[in-house]
Write a protein that binds this ligand. Structure first.
Ligand code: HEM
Length: 136
């Protein structure tokens, strides 16, 4: 590759590739709609509050930064301390796998590029697995 071809070319972040804030919001909304509607995700739905409005906002703010966009969560709450914040909820393999399935379905249904979805799958899995606080 010539220097000219790469000069100034900035790799797009997953945040950009998903369509910026509007794309991340659509992903989060689909994720929580599915969690609310699909009985397959009832196991993790029941860990959440009756209304999901606050959960939607927090995941949206967090993912914007986590995907390489603006750090909206950190600006509001400081360091995410994600594992500590999940300790009140019993999370084992079943909960991790439901969360992952729900997110993968949301990525597919909001039209994320399959190569990007695959890349994010690995990153989401590592984070979700780190959230486990129960053996089973
Ligand atoms: C492994 C399975 C997971 C389960 C069962 C789970 C469940 C939950 C629950 C019940 C809440 C509280 C919701 C609320 O207060 O409205 C929560 C909060 C949150 N979760 Fe998860 N979660 C999981 C994985 C993840 C992953 C992988 C991420 C990020 C990639 C994530 C990001 C967040 C964030 C940012 C919050 C808000 C924290 C706060 O400010 O209180 N979660 N999660």
């Amino acid at each position: 590759m010539s220097d000219d071809a790469s000069a100034g070319a900035k790799a797009e972040s997953p945040f950009d590739l998903l369509g910026g804030g509007a794309g991340v919001r659509a992903l989060v909304d689909r994720f929580y709609d599915l969690m609310d509607l699909d009985p397959g995700y009832a196991g993790i739905r029941r860990l959440h509050p009756a209304t999901l409005d606050g959960s939607r906002d927090k995941l949206f703010w967090f993912l914007c930064g986590w995907l390489g966009g603006p750090d909206l969560y950190q600006q509001r709450f400081g360091h995410p301390r994600l594992r500590a914040r999940h300790l009140p909820y019993s999370i084992g393999v079943a909960e991790r796998d439901q969360w992952m399935a729900c997110m993968q379905q949301a990525l597919a249904e909001t039209g994320a590029d399959p190569a990007l979805a695959q890349r994010l799958r690995t990153a989401f899995f590592n984070t979700a697995d780190w959230m486990r606080n129960q053996g089973g």
